[in-house]
Design a protein around this ligand. Structure first.
Ligand code: HEM
Length: 522
């Protein structure tokens, strides 16, 4: 994707090489030059191209090991800032042309454009079968039918309500787990493992149902697979998908498998397939129950016109477990970190809990509709620590598009730097201060929806490919944080203050897991 300026210089260079022996060539070139100049006003401009390296383009910005302290969203933000290209910046990595939007207007144009509705090819996602599921499926009838099935049967308010008992049970188990950990002298607890397992267990029940919800949090097993094995499978898939894969941008490198991504996928896929096929068989052998609200039951009971082949069913179920587990656990850890740092915020949430719930009983999910401060805290954490600072997965344009007046050809990869938008001093007053109150006033509450209509804060994406699990994810985080704060006081260990450094894998998580001192409140 060359800019008009680059075209101009190429032509000027050719003209400078012409001699008076070639008057016709010279006239033709001058004519082309003038036409190019005039046309540049008539056709959309192209995005600002940032100077890059020959052949490699901007590869060096994407290689994590070159900048271990600076995650990609921060690098891209700094680059856009340096080149005054926050609205739209144009990069290239090997064969991939990329535009990066770091402004609410351009982010809106990109995410809601009818052209940017596909996902770029991702070798690892293909190997893990995710192209048969929703997140990496090509825009087309297959993806549309999955989204339709998802919104009608999986993520509808009715289904959200049916999974409340699961969430409530797991909240109780977290409270019990912490109670065991904190029996005796107060000592710091590392909460990441507990949150990951809670979130995995929640998704397992939402997706498969059936298993024993009372099984202890850290010992859950399913269809012959232990909790540890499941955690390992999710972690491995998560690690693989979060890698910057050279083969996606330099296809001629694919056969070499330099990063061992193909190799690792080939080890993981049979394990996941074996496990999910067994779950499917067990489910079909069990007597059908009217009360089964699991995704699997719903999908397996669809009538013939909507029914998915087993291969797609397995891919979709795996994707739901995979996506739903990680983002929720990562976000809760950030929330607790902020709660530990800002004691005044913790007190305000607990005052609200005491007012709405009282100290005599645990929180129930229905209490949340009467709370305003806690959701404001969660929004403020989403603003400063979005699990997907670059929207987790890029978009790919399937047709030529115009963004901010720039012509963008089909086949361009679109990245939205939501992290940068949500910290932009031109968009937010005092952006680096943690201030949940900014989401509190009645009027701004309407304006600051986090679900995709307001591109100043869209941590779940926006447009046709926005996150289908956003209401489930938001409800789970609100409820579990409410339970954990209702039952416990949270504080920082004296020797180990909270470190807000980030590491970007598939989601952006705390580089150093949170350690907190917890003390029973009720
Ligand atoms: C805190 C929780 C969550 C966050 C922050 C989050 C964030 C995101 C983001 C940023 C995207 C990309 C949106 C875009 O391209 O516009 C996405 C897509 C997606 N998310 Fe979530 N998510 C969360 C929870 C969940 C849950 C609980 C599920 C499922 C159970 C889920 C399933 C998906 C799927 C399937 C897609 C791909 C959609 C498509 O391409 O059509 N997410 N999510």
């Amino acid at each position: 994707m060359k800019t008009d300026l680059e075209n101009f210089w190429v032509l000027a260079l050719i003209i400078s090489k012409c001699t008076p022996d070639h008057p016709t060539l010279l006239t033709t070139l001058l004519l082309i030059l003038s036409l190019t100049f005039l046309l540049s006003f008539a056709i959309p401009r192209r995005a600002t191209a940032i100077p890059g390296l020959p052949l490699l383009g901007h590869l060096h910005h994407f290689l994590t090991f070159l900048h271990p302290q600076l995650p990609l969203h921060r690098r891209l933000a700094a680059l856009a800032h340096r080149h005054h290209s926050s609205r739209l910046m144009c990069l290239r990595v090997g064969a991939t042309h990329i535009v990066v939007a770091s402004h609410p207007d351009t982010a809106k144009e990109l995410l809601q454009s009818p052209a940017f509705v596909d996902r770029p090819f991702n070798e690892c996602a293909h190997a893990l079968m995710f192209h048969r599921a929703m997140g990496f499926a090509h825009h087309g009838p297959h993806w549309r039918s999955l989204r339709r099935v998802g919104s009608t049967h999986l993520f509808s308010p009715k289904h959200l309500a049916r999974s409340i008992p699961y969430r409530s049970n797991i909240a109780d188990q977290m409270v019990a787990y912490l109670s065991n950990q904190t029996a005796g002298p107060v000592r710091p607890v590392r909460v990441r493992e507990m949150l990951k397992r809670a979130s995995l267990k929640h998704m397992m029940f939402c997706v498969f149902g059936g298993a024993d919800v009372h099984e202890p949090l850290m010992e859950l097993s399913s269809s012959g697979v232990t909790m540890d094995e499941l955690v390992d499978m999710v972690d491995e898939g998560y690690d693989l998908l979060g890698k910057f894969n050279l083969a996606d941008h330099f296809p001629w490198l694919a056969g070499l498998d330099l990063q061992q991504i193909r190799f690792r996928c080939s080890k993981l896929v049979p394990k996941v397939n074996r496990f999910l096929t067994r779950v499917l068989e067990e489910h079909r052998d069990r007597p059908k129950s009217e009360n089964d609200a699991s995704f699997l039951h719903v999908l397996d009971s669809l009538d013939r016109s909507e029914k998915l082949p087993d291969e797609d069913l397995v891919a979709l179920l795996w994707e739901m477990i995979f996506r739903g587990t990680d983002a929720v656990a990562v976000l809760i850890e950030w929330v607790l970190a902020r709660i530990v740092i800002h004691a005044n915020v913790q007190s305000k949430v607990q005052e609200e809990l005491d007012r709405v719930v009282g100290k005599s009983r645990p929180v129930s999910e229905s209490d949340l509709s009467s709370m305003v401060y806690l959701p404001a805290v969660i929004k403020e954490v989403l603003r400063l620590h979005p699990p997907g600072p670059l929207m987790s997965w890029c978009r790919l344009s399937i047709a030529d598009a115009t963004i901010d007046g720039h012509g963008i050809p089909a086949g361009t990869t679109g990245i939205v730097n939501m992290w940068s938008i949500m910290r932009d001093p031109e968009v937010w007053s005092d952006p680096l201060t943690f201030k949940p109150e900014r989401f509190m006033s009645e009027e701004t509450e309407m304006e600051f929806s986090v679900f995709g209509s307001d591109l100043r804060i869209a941590p779940f994406g926006s447009g046709k490919r926005s996150c289908p699990g956003r209401f489930l994810g938001f409800a789970t985080v609100n409820y579990w944080v409410a339970s954990l704060l209702h039952e416990y006081e949270w504080g920082a260990p004296d020797e180990n203050p909270v470190d807000l450094s980030e590491v970007l894998r598939l989601s952006c998580e705390m580089a150093n897991p949170l350690n907190a001192k917890v003390r029973r409140r009720r």
